[in-house]
Write a protein that binds this ligand. Structure first.
Ligand code: ZN
Length: 543
């Protein structure tokens, strides 16, 4: 083995078999033409590999080299027998799989004989080393079970699932990927991503983890600074240049003087926060100038992107998100109704409680919500269906498929069209209806777009705010659309994500779906007269 560092080649081989980073460094591996793998400037990578725990989550900023490092660990595990079964490497889309393979992985395989000699198969979707394979998939539902390599992924037993950019993935696929580990002794799961929203995706995983921070010890005062957590106090100008500084004494600090310190050492999921300021490639001057410009322009979205992509901090700012004023401006003076002759439509979101929205169509594209609220039981919903002349309804198929199916069965023969709704990320805009099964499927992102624009354009009327459940307006603000760009591939993808309790948002969405079967309602005077016009009616409804 060629090494040129004066160490006996058996020692090199022995050390290389134990640790993937020793293997890459002692083997002098190139990660791209002219650039050898090195830990210079990235000492934090050392402890991110060969972790003892089953599940590892890494919340990261840009250019911190997690993907390359984890790929090397993966290949090493295949070659040296750490894995007995295969590895599943998930990216958000198939296009990203192809780009990542071409830009990051193939050069490593081509440039290094120490890896290439074990390589048996090499396509963008499959790389095999000594009989163990790494399968690469775009985490979108239609790719599973019928990839380009015509391999049924459901049947591939895996020891490790990697989710690269987990925040951009279909949540159902994340769940499904766990099933591949069923027959594994190791059951390893590694998830890493640039965060998007607080409490979502990688940030949610991180919250439940050991939360390791890279604490840098100041060589002057011995105080510890974590660049990401202590930002912006952790950077400052010394001799006209932006530098990483100690938050206590303001002297320059060096990333190499850091160590991982867990906030919750007893937890089983190991979490690491690798912020972009730790990267040797970080240009602090440029970053700070960019941040300053955003703040001068009051560009909240740009600032939020900075927090996410540079610091690896989840941020609440979204490009499309309703605010409470949007909802209040759709509210009328009239309080919510206590009954209606019909026909009306109903949307139901199933959670611990049942949230509903009942309304009518007032013209081709405009809607009126008659009432909204929550019930403990399906019996309560049946009463409402009767009282409001509900003729079509759509209910959340998940989380409890049996409960929603039983409920629809109880409606049969009552003249109500009822459907369970499944969300999909990828299907085209037409809603798929399965009359026999009483099931519809719709594109989640597109229908979230519709709810958003309907409220923004005031094409929907809500009852007087005081007569609505107090959390109705706020719950409509808890679903937000963001466009996240993958740093390596440049692919942008819009996505609606949940920020908090958003039951009424989805109940409203289901109401719109159910409303597709409604004709325009003629609200005659007789009917209006029979409606209690006082806010007291809400107590009647709630019983
Ligand atoms: Zn100090």
């Amino acid at each position: 083995m060629e090494h040129g560092n004066g160490i006996d080649s058996r020692v090199v081989r022995g050390l290389g078999a134990v640790n993937c980073l020793s293997w890459a460094m002692l083997g002098g591996f190139f990660i791209r033409p002219g650039e050898r793998f090195s830990l210079a400037g990235t000492p934090y990578l050392l402890d991110l590999v060969h972790r003892g725990s089953r599940e590892v989550v890494i919340k990261k900023g840009s250019q911190v080299r997690i993907t390359t490092t984890k790929f090397l660990e993966c290949v090493h595990g295949c070659i040296f027998g750490r894995f007995r079964q295969n590895v599943l490497y998930m990216m958000p889309t198939a296009r990203q799989v192809e780009a990542l393979s071409r830009i990051s992985f193939d050069p490593i395989l081509e440039l290094n004989d120490g890896i290439r000699r074990y390589l048996e198969t090499n396509t963008a979707y499959l790389k095999t080393f000594r009989g163990r394979s790494i399968y690469f998939v775009g985490a979108v539902p239609q790719k599973v079970g019928g990839t380009k390599d015509s391999v049924s992924l459901r049947s591939i037993p895996c020891d490790l699932v990697i989710r690269d950019e987990v925040d951009l993935m279909d949540e159902g696929m994340v769940e499904l990927s766990r099933q591949r580990l069923r027959d594994s002794e190791l059951k390893l799961e590694w998830s890493f991503s640039t965060p998007t929203y607080p409490g979502y995706g990688v940030d949610k995983l991180w919250q439940s983890s050991t939360q390791n921070h890279w604490e840098i010890k100041c060589s002057s005062c011995w105080h510890y600074t974590c660049l990401g957590r202590d930002f912006p106090r952790s950077v400052g100008v010394i001799d006209g240049r932006w530098e990483r500084i100690c938050v206590k004494c303001g002297k320059r600090i060096d990333v190499k003087d850091g160590q991982w310190v867990p906030a919750f050492p007893d937890r089983s999921i190991e979490g690491f926060w690798v912020d972009g300021l730790m990267s040797p490639r970080a240009d602090l001057g440029q970053d700070m100038a960019r941040l300053e410009r955003m703040e001068m322009e009051s560009n909240r979205y740009g600032r939020s992107e900075f927090l996410r992509s540079v610091l690896g901090i989840a941020s609440l700012e979204a490009d499309y998100r309703l605010v409470e004023e949007d909802i209040l401006s759709c509210c009328q003076l009239e309080p919510r109704w206590s009954s209606y002759e019909g026909p009306s439509a109903m949307g139901i979101d199933v959670g611990n409680r049942l949230h509903y929205v009942i309304g009518i169509r007032v013209s081709g594209q405009t809607w009126k919500v008659l009432t909204a609220g929550e019930e403990d039981s399906f019996d309560g919903l049946l009463l409402l269906i009767h009282r409001f002349g509900v003729r079509s309804l759509v209910i959340d198929a998940q989380p409890d498929i049996h409960a929603s199916r039983d409920f629809l069965r109880r409606l049969s023969g009552k003249g109500v069209r009822g459907y369970r709704c499944y969300y999909s990320e990828l299907m085209p805009s037409e809603v798929e209806t399965d009359e026999l099964e009483g099931r519809i499927k719709c594109n989640r992102n597109e229908w979230c777009d519709r709810v958003y624009s309907l409220v923004k354009d005031r094409q929907i009327q809500f009852p007087a705010a005081a007569s609505l459940p107090s959390d109705f307006p706020s719950q409509l603000t808890q679903t937000a659309r963001t466009i996240v760009e993958n740093e390596q591939t440049g692919v942008k993808k819009p996505r609606w994500v949940k920020l908090g309790d958003d039951h009424y948002f989805h109940a409203l969405l289901y109401f719109l779906l159910a409303g597709r079967w409604l004709n325009v309602s003629i609200m005659d005077r007789e009917q209006k007269k029979r409606t209690p016009a006082s806010a007291a009616c809400r107590y009647l409804i709630r019983g």
